[in-house]
Design a protein around this ligand. Sequence first.
Ligand code: BG6
Length: 479
Amino acid sequence: MSFNKKFLWGGATAANQFEGAYDVDDKGLSTDDMLSSGTSKKHRQITKTTNPKLYYPNRIASDFYYHYKDDIKLMAEMGFKAYRMSIAWTRIFPTGEEKEPNPKGLAFYDAIFAELKKYDIEPIVTLSHYEMPLSLVNKYNGWADRRVIKLFANYVKTVFKHFKGKVKYWLTFNEINCGTLPLGNYTSLGIRNPGSTDYLNQIDIPQIRYQALHHQLVASALAVKIGHEIDSTNKIGNMIAMMPVYPLTCDPLDQLKAQREWRLKQWYCADVQCRGKYGSYCFPFWKKHRIKLNITKEDRRILEEGTVDFFSLSYYQTNCVTTHTDASESSGNLLGGAKNPYLKSSEWGWQIDPEGLRFTLNEIYDRYNLPIIIVENGLGAEDKLTADKTIHDLYRIDYLRAHIQAMKEAVDEDNVDLFGYTMWGCIDLVSASTGEMAKRYGFVYVDSDNYGRGTFNRYKKDSFYWYKKVIKSNGEDLS
Ligand code: BG6
């Protein structure tokens, strides 16, 4: 058998894209509650206050808040061993600055963990998945302000203490390296620079963004330290969006460009989180871009002491880079890059590359030698609900089969220490990049459209039965 008997098969979601109930039980407004709906052509808008002409899809999302019992039952029926989810900071501290946590927020997650325990499903909890209290954006410009580190530390202390014994696996920040991209300003770092309204074309001030990212890296290390102090059996990982790039040609200049991208897009954060300090390549990068980071002695100490126990990643696509200007662009939503002639793309232009996953796992394992878990992977596609309420999503099965096969090869042939796989959006949810419901990932269909219209009933797709078989055979039967 390729996979260990305890391999964590499962699925993943995030509070802001899945829970809905955005103002229920004293929850505060979060950054995502101010993101309008969009499509791949019409970009999402970031608004300061509610614009009655716009629709805000994350506010209702998949209504998990009221469906959690049935949803977890469906996960159990598929045989899930693990469920990756996130806690909404705003359910626990609605503005981020309260003295006492919100008991109703804690109670909601208590109920979730109790339900998971009933079915022996291991929770894997992200402390911060692309959201923060809106109040901290208004007051501090998000992570741009060092004071937010303390507020976050208070939040994580509260949840580590309260959920002690109920959760063993934790992730600090979702796709923390999104902060190395201009897109990460609002989504990842809570920075809303004056005039920033277009989600995919935000006003970017690299000096502010990289300082904010530094604060977040310190907060991540602090969370690891706090989590270990509160319960030494806690396993705490990072979460990196792996955005692998290949050189488009064998021109050495393309090779150098690809290497630079690997460093600045994924290793920049991962090195700090796994090795406890910035890579040497960061210094010339900061100098070239006139970025002057305020890194205190205390920060350095925290970074060194707060390295992670394991490496977690999301993986969807790869891209190419080139110094040759005549190459055509791929239209990967967040990433772009040159088109790879050997790969096909999803409906949303993301280049599908299962072998790239094996390559990526090897790169990570060679570099850090830490246990690895894939906490996001999957295919966003338009699903058609048939008259008899099923969905024949062979395309999704094909995508997942090829990626799990690549994982197997990484384990069998390359000896990578991989301990789990949680497929992204196991039950349909709102897309992060476009705010659509139509970009579906799930094994379970949620009857709601891009504007929250529908019954919110759940329907099993063909992939539901397929994944059940995969889990039952511990990844041996992919047919
Ligand atoms: C990852 C995020 O970037 O990709 C998720 O962690 C996101 O929040 C997922 O939903 C898929 O991207 P999208 O834009 O298709 O939802």
